[in-house]
Design a protein around this ligand. Sequence first.
Ligand SMILES: [Zn+2]
Length: 88
Amino acid sequence: MTRNLATPPMCHETSEAVLISAFDRLLRSDHANKERKGCPGISTLKRLAFDPKLFRDKEILSHLGYCGACVDELAKLRKGQVSRRRVG
Ligand SMILES: [Zn+2]
């Protein structure tokens, strides 16, 4: 039995879907944004990681679309909070 590690949401675009597509693009190109231009900051990323429902700011979403640094941080934050209580 084989199962994908990632289970993308089917119903609508969520932060998860945005992250996945952002990651996919980042893996193909170099959007590292090492200078962290326009980054919302770690505190915002933490909020997003712990409560994706806050994930409504289109500016942040589009930022994550090209900022590898933020996507990477957000992914790490999300990994770190897996064992916490479920949100939603
Ligand atoms: Zn950023």
